[in-house]
Design a protein around this ligand. Structure first.
Ligand SMILES: [Zn+2]
Length: 343
């Protein structure tokens, strides 16, 4: 990424904050770059353009309401009684962490829309019970400058917008080919002009470095979801080979449970398959998270199967977001049995 920081929303048992991910250390005392005017301008444009415009119009994503909800959640957190009950509940077991990464590929607009919807639901005090059983980390837009470019210049842009040395006419790295897991082995390109250009080395990009840092820093990540489109399929590791990983049965049964939760609650039918079954690619975030010990790591190719492609009609945004959210709430009960009643 050349111009902007990735940003994340991190919610843990009642508190939430927007943050810029740590980037290149210029000053040893502070590894974070604050949200500056340039970034804020980009975010404002993102939330007022393209598919998100429909959110604002229909009051699904109401910024004022979102801010108020976050404040309310913070009040809950600061209540001593709440703290005690949380401690009692989890004194035997470390809290599970769920990471949701959205918007790695610029043109897949439904992905950040769903990520944003999930963040909004988590900030709603009506859903505060969900924060009792897991720490949720939402990265609603991993590739902001690519996403912006897909609104302003090229609807089907996929990569980020970094300038590639020696080829100014061919910018961009495919973020989902840049992770250090079988990097550049298969399903990516060393040609900077290619849509699947994997970068000069693994983790050459700020965005992928930020995810690496997140996964390394946070212990006990139980579930990692990478939201993409399209295909209406839940893909499990391994993606770089068609060989099955150890523990494939568990990976598959959790993915089947997710798909069933979605369809049993009135949502679409999502297929489940191994990512590398028909097409192999190295350097993906799902395989990376899995290689770092995350037991349940998936890429969700959001709807539809083929007709809409990347151009999800705005009227379908809410339905897709709701079905993923419902499936996720139920899936929490499979990860943390005490949370089954939330389904
Ligand atoms: Zn994608």
């Amino acid at each position: 990424m050349s111009n902007y920081n990735s940003w994340g929303i991190h919610m843990r048992s009642g508190h939430c904050w927007h943050s810029s991910f740590p980037v290149k250390k210029k000053n040893k005392r502070s590894s974070k770059i604050p949200m500056n005017e340039k970034n804020l301008d980009l975010l404002n444009r993102i939330f007022k353009s393209g598919s998100e415009k429909e959110y604002i119009k229909s009051d699904i994503l109401n910024e004022r309401k979102f801010r108020k909800n976050v404040q309310d959640q913070n009040k809950i957190k600061s209540s001593p009684r709440q703290k005690t009950s949380k401690l009692d509940m989890h004194k035997k077991k470390e809290e599970s962490v769920i990471i949701i990464e959205a918007g790695a590929h610029a043109r897949e607009w439904i992905s950040p829309a769903v990520g944003t919807y999930i963040a909004q639901q988590l900030a709603d005090p009506a859903n505060s019970d969900l924060l009792k059983y897991a720490t949720w980390v939402v990265v609603p837009l991993l590739n902001p400058d690519g996403y912006d470019y897909s609104h302003t210049d090229d609807r089907f842009w996929r990569k980020n917008r970094r300038l590639n040395k020696g080829r100014p006419e061919c910018p961009g790295v495919d973020l989902n080919r840049n992770f250090n897991i079988k990097w550049a082995i298969t399903g990516s390109s060393s040609n900077q002009c290619s849509e699947t250009y994997h970068g000069t080395k693994a983790f050459s990009e700020k965005e992928t470095k930020a995810i690496r840092k997140l996964i390394k820093r946070i212990k006990n990540v139980e579930l990692y979801l990478s939201l993409h489109s399209y295909g209406q399929v839940i893909l499990h590791p391994l993606g770089y080979t068609s060989d099955e990983p150890p523990g494939v049965g568990e990976l598959r049964s959790m993915a089947d449970a997710f798909a069933n939760h979605i369809s049993n609650n009135g949502g679409r039918q999502y297929a489940v398959e191994q990512a590398g079954l028909n097409y192999q690619s190295g350097g993906g975030s799902d395989d990376y998270a899995f290689s770092r010990g995350v037991p349940y790591s998936y890429t969700v190719e959001l709807p539809d199967k083929w007709k809409d492609g990347f151009e999800t009609p705005p009227e379908k945004i809410l339905g897709i977001s709701q079905e993923i959210w419902t499936g996720l709430k139920c899936l929490l009960g499979d990860l943390v049995p005490d949370a089954k009643y939330l389904c």
